[in-house]
Design a binder for this molecule. Structure first.
Ligand SMILES: NC(=O)N[C@H]1NC(=O)NC1=O
Length: 173
């Protein structure tokens, strides 16, 4: 899909296509639509990220809370979004042994108890060993730093999703 196609989308189509660039936050795509026309992928990305940066801390934490745990209950129940399912699968999180799954569940719970939001990491840049390692490392970081790190991961996830969409063939449903 090229940028002309993006710029020609009406509101409903734009939110349908870009509504999950930021996991389960279609409101962000709805707001970004008002900023069209976009000059290119970078410009589109800039608008998504500017919206996140302009939110108060409560809104930024809200975005993090919209993310499912890595290798968590949603993966087991099969209720992940298609994007998240692909990303978690790419990192090998869909084929963990029981021990590894339990260890990640414990670390995820500790992280959530400490920071009040789930651990977020761009799974496509990672693998199962690195996910546990990063989780254990970031558990020890100061809260303000961790919020910044987690939002950086949200942006990495969004960048990859946007790049996928713009690369995608517009003829495909
Ligand atoms: N918790 C978390 O990081 N979830 C996300 N990461 C990712 O790459 N896809 C997700 O859904």
């Amino acid at each position: 899909m090229d940028i002309e196609k993006v710029n020609s989308m009406d509101f409903g189509e734009f939110v349908d296509v870009f509504g999950n660039v930021i996991e389960r936050c279609p409101l962000i795509a709805a707001a970004v639509w008002s900023q069209r026309p976009f000059s290119d992928l970078e410009d589109l990305k800039k608008h998504f990220f500017a919206f996140i940066d302009a939110l108060p801390q409560s809104g930024q934490e809200g975005i993090l809370r919209c993310h499912p745990d890595l290798a968590g209950s949603e993966l087991r129940r099969g209720t992940l979004t298609a994007e998240s399912q692909r990303e978690q699968s790419a990192a090998g999180l869909t084929s963990l042994g029981a021990d590894e799954r339990l260890r990640l569940a414990e670390l995820n719970a500790q992280y959530r108890a400490r920071f009040g939001f789930p651990f977020v990491l761009a799974a496509r840049f990672s693998d199962r060993a690195a996910v546990s390692r990063e989780l254990a490392r970031r558990l020890l970081c100061p809260s303000a730093q961790e919020l910044r790190t987690a939002l950086g991961e949200v942006k990495k996830i969004g960048s990859l999703r946007l790049a996928d969409l713009l690369r995608a063939d517009p003829a495909k449903p």
